[in-house]
Design a protein around this ligand. Structure first.
Ligand SMILES: Nc1nc2c(c(=O)[nH]1)N[C@H]1C(S)=C(S)[C@@H](COP(=O)(O)O)O[C@H]1N2
Ligand SMILES: [Mo]
Length: 335
């Protein structure tokens, strides 16, 4: 990844008002869609938060998340007790190279992303290839909230309450064939709405991949929202992946295609620098990036320039849940 250590964290962009009309409109739509049959219990609290947000004209603070307690995940490991990162930090300090390489670029540029209509194509080695509209995807399974750590390969981390459901719910519907061993995630590459698509930073579209068992792991989240709201464009609207035990770049944003294959997919960062970004990219304090250590990290919004860095945990703290997926593998080789 292109690292600019001089910027990294020392100059958080300040966004005085990050809630646009589009965000409100989108959230109403999501609530309407949820009303169409799923997550009934969650609906009342979402609706009242929505009303509250509109009357106060401000983004609900993470402190108000208690209202969502009814939909919190019961999945072991899906909730951390750590302090949730401020919404403002999580939505203004982003990596989304389609909109620029600086952390502040996506929040500034991603308003041009057109998230409606949206379809996700499921293809490759599946019995039931399909085109899902976003509406279909939202209705496919009950949404829940999961508070996951996200750790970037660059050495910073956040704690974010995501909204979505396990990707396995979708995978089960399309019935992968016996020879499907990997899943490739293709994200939108639209030069008309994404100013950096066409630049030579990466080979577009941004593609990521998981092994089948990783994709089926219940922690792997297909996410439509965060902080009880639909995803801001800069965080990967309208639908993204969140794979909490891997470096952030494995979590593709603005997904348009999910392809089942028998070969390990060539992923965007792996193609860009094969010796720096491996296919697995599991968070691993014992395996350094060739140019810097992965043993510690800085929590965005909390750990300042002179703060002692936090120790990075094996598999980002999700070892009990996912460690067995890699039993017997040489993680220095399969990094
Ligand atoms: N399409 C796309 N997805 C992407 C990226 C990107 O540049 N393009 N950046 C990745 C990286 S490096 C990280 S750390 C996370 C950041 O997610 P966040 O901005 O929601 O924190 O998104 C990942 N998904
Ligand atoms: Mo990242």
């Amino acid at each position: 990844m292109l690292i600019k250590t001089s910027r990294d964290g020392y100059c958080h962009p300040v966004a005085s008002e990050i809630t646009t009309q589009a965000v409100y409109a989108g959230r109403r739509d999501l609530i309407r869609l949820m009303a169409g049959g799923v997550a009934g219990a969650a609906l009342a609290s979402w609706a009242s938060r929505d009303a509250q947000a509109q009357t106060t004209g401000s983004v609900p603070r993470p402190g108000k998340l208690a209202a969502l307690s009814g939909v919190k995940s019961s999945l072991p490991g899906a909730v951390t007790m750590e302090k949730v990162t401020d919404y403002k930090d999580a939505s203004t300090y982003n990596n989304f190279y389609e909109f620029g390489t600086d952390k502040s670029d996506p929040a500034q540029n991603a308003h041009t992303l057109k998230t409606k209509p949206w379809t996700v194509e499921i293809e490759g080695l599946v019995k039931k290839p399909a085109k899902y509209t976003l509406e279909d995807l939202l209705k496919l399974s009950a949404q829940e909230e999961r508070i996951y750590r996200l750790r970037c390969v660059e050495g910073w981390s956040m704690v974010i309450p995501w909204v979505g459901y396990s990707l396995s719910e979708l995978i089960k519907r399309v019935e992968p064939l016996g020879n499907a061993r990997y899943v490739e995630f293709v994200t939108l590459a639209d030069p008309k709405t994404m100013p950096f698509v066409g630049s030579r930073v990466l080979d577009w579209p941004y593609v990521e991949g998981l092994r089948m068992d990783e994709a089926m792991h219940p922690l792997t989240l297909l996410s439509f929202g965060m902080y009880g709201e639909i995803l801001p464009n800069q965080n990967g609207a309208p639908v993204r992946l969140v794979v909490p035990w891997k470096y952030g770049f494995k979590s593709g944003k603005s997904l348009v295609k999910i392809r089942f294959t028998d070969k390990q997919p060539a992923t965007a960062w792996n193609k860009a620098a094969v010796n720096e970004y491996g296919f697995y990219s599991n968070v691993n304090p014992a395996v350094d990036h060739p140019r810097w250590s992965q043993a510690t990290e800085r929590r965005i919004g909390e750990d300042g320039l002179f703060a002692k860095k936090r120790k990075t945990l094996m598999f980002n703290g999700y070892e009990a849940q996912v460690g067995q997926l890699y039993a017997g593998m040489d993680l220095k080789k399969f990094f």
